[in-house]
Design a protein around this ligand. Sequence first.
Ligand code: UD1
Length: 417
Amino acid sequence: MEKLLINGGNPLEGEVRISGAKNSVLPILAASLLCEDNLVIGNVPHLQDVTTTISLLTEMGANLSIDERMNVSVNAASVKNFYAPYEMVKTMRASILVLGPLLAHFGEAKVSLPGGCAIGSRPVNLHIDGLKAMGASIKVEDGYIFAKAKKLKGARISLPIATVTGTENLMMAAALATGKTIIKNAAKEPEIIDLANCLRLMGANIKGDGTPEITVEGVKELKGCNYDVLPDRIETATFLVAAAITKGKLTLTHTRPDTIKIIIDKLKKAGADIAIKNDIINIEVKSQLNSVNITTNPYPDFPTDMQAQFIALNSIAKGKSKVTESVFENRFMHVQELVRMGANIDVNGNIATIQGVKSLKGAPVMATDLRASASLILAGLVAEGDTVVDRIYHIDRGYECIEEKLTKLGANIKRLP
Ligand code: UD1
């Protein structure tokens, strides 16, 4: 199993180009199942989750090609196998995103239940309930969701929780349903708007994305289009924390500062100098930061996908802080690893209390999920001595060329076989 070896202490300096968003490209790849033309997707990040989705679509019978600029062209006209097996879904929960499109376009789907994961039970009941409300007949048997529908019908769906992939699944299904669908308490994440923008270019009639009420007027068919995915706000925010934690000076390009307002506010509050111009963010940190309190919640509040990285930041910031995780039930697996590096953190239920320490010490640590890996790498960048992060495959699911990008900025990091 591959590991990352980091020798901490170098301040990061230089320029880094932000990649396309993982959480946008995955639903947009799934949206290719809604039409029989080429959907050509640009700004596709080179990630393990993208490779997994491409394999899934290929197994289903779709034709895929990738050009030298990493534009991915998908044609789902030849899809004959409406099946997402457990082996794929267990490695990437976002495989559930094929459920809505398969059902809407081909009238059937067999998709494995994702099961639990390192950050909680993460059920998909709301995806299923929403599709049932649109007239699908769905049974769950032997760990699989079996779904059928001659033609989905528009429905009024009120989500008890603003689920991100749930909203995306329902929006895609509704795009080809008969009549109007209203999704209340919809998720408002920028990736929802990105998917809606792509679906609109494909001919869908969607309004209200980015607000709690999305209205979709179903159309008979969708066509192909060319679409560039949004820059990754979590990668952006992770590099900002990398600059902050190492007292560095970075320029982040090709990003969307408007999608991470709350992160920028928190970093400014902690003492970072941040300047924004169009799609560029400059950050400089000259002295030790102050710690900041955080509560994760759906967008536009603080993203749960940045909680682990901010715990790393608070670990070596001045003062005491509280980090409350309100989205997932079990998302503090990184804490005990950070404690092994000398952090002073106490977890009680969904609240972590962090007393900042002067320095962290390198240690062998284990990554448990994607964002936990990012937090351990950040801690390794600032720790004294060597940190070895094990189970690094998690990081490749969601960060493009992380060690190349960090090395270019002056970090001492290498991959061990
Ligand atoms: C998406 C993101 C993930 C991010 C998360 C929260 C993608 C591919 N992944 O995950 O990076 O951490 O949003 O911002 O976009 N829930 C239910 N029943 C359901 C669905 C969800 O109870 O049917 C609960 C979940 O257990 C969780 C909460 O709703 O507590 C939010 O989860 P959700 O928004 O669905 O997360 P994902 O879409 O899986």
